[in-house]
Design a protein around this ligand. Structure first.
Ligand code: BTN
Length: 241
């Protein structure tokens, strides 16, 4: 896939950069790799129908438009790996040790610093277009009751949003280059939160103790429970403590 970030579209206020991107993509009015950035989102969306709130002008809220992705539905998790690793590597560049809470929440010191919402458009059983929405907490100081943090809270200094955005684009392009290598799976596991730790989860049968063992190629999370391996989709399992 070609590099991203040659075209950056800046919006003052929009409901959701993912919605805006989808509308322009539908009208065939957007180039591959465009990055659509908003100072303020009035209806930011998170995973599983949640809302994404972010103080206007303080953080990065943007979407990346990918055209001609050409990845089969079974391998779609590769995009999740690319996006998660690019965020972890970006944070590493700023001196932070981040972890990926499966599938693609980014945590620093047990607090969420970034979230990702990927929306795919299929052609047959292939992903043809993707919208990768990223919310990265940069300069926000207060998250109320949310278990969240920002670059500024972690490092104690202000970060110019454009510097962080350009660094992110560079990290993303690095991951794109190795998207077809095996390295990327190992790198994803290496940064996975709670990997090989005995923890409490919840599934349809209630709370249980288990250990994350890995991730299936299709993205399902593998948890060992009493010597048995079980794979879960996002809706089927919750991380407790
Ligand atoms: C999550 O953690 O639940 C995912 C959050 C994704 C938020 C970003 S902000 C930019 C883009 N536009 C949206 O409406 N959502 C994503």
């Amino acid at each position: 896939m070609e590099e991203i970030g040659r075209n950056i579209i800046r919006l003052e206020s929009v409901d959701s950069t993912n919605n805006y991107t989808a509308n322009r993509a539908r009208a065939n009015d957007l180039r591959h790799g465009s990055v659509i950035l908003a100072v303020d989102q009035t209806g930011g969306r998170g995973q599983m129908g949640t809302a994404w709130t972010s103080e206007a002008g303080k953080n990065l809220t943007f979407s990346v438009f990918l055209e001609g992705v050409n990845v089969s539905v079974e391998r779609q998790f590769i995009l999740t790996k690319i996006v998660s690793l690019s965020l972890v590597n970006l944070l590493k560049q700023y001196g932070l040790k981040a972890r990926i809470k499966w599938p693609n929440d980014i945590y620093v010191n047990d607090q969420k610093i970034a979230g990702v919402l990927i929306e795919n458009f299929l052609q047959g059983s292939y992903i043809h277009r993707s919208i990768v929405g990223v919310g990265l907490n940069v300069n926000q100081d207060d998250f109320g009751v949310l278990q969240a943090t920002s670059l500024k809270l972690e490092r104690g200094v202000f970060f110019p949003l454009d510097d962080v955005l350009f660094s992110y684009v560079a990290r993303f392009n690095e991951e794109l280059k190795r998207m077809h290598s095996d390295e990327i799976h190992a790198a994803y596991l290496n940064d996975l939160y709670w990997l090989e730790e005995k923890r409490t989860f919840r599934d349809a049968s209630g709370e249980f103790e288990g250990t994350i063992k890995g991730v299936e190629p299709n993205g399902q999370l593998i948890i060992e429970q009493n010597g048995e391996m079980k794979s879960y989709t996002l809706k089927e399992v919750q991380f407790m403590h």
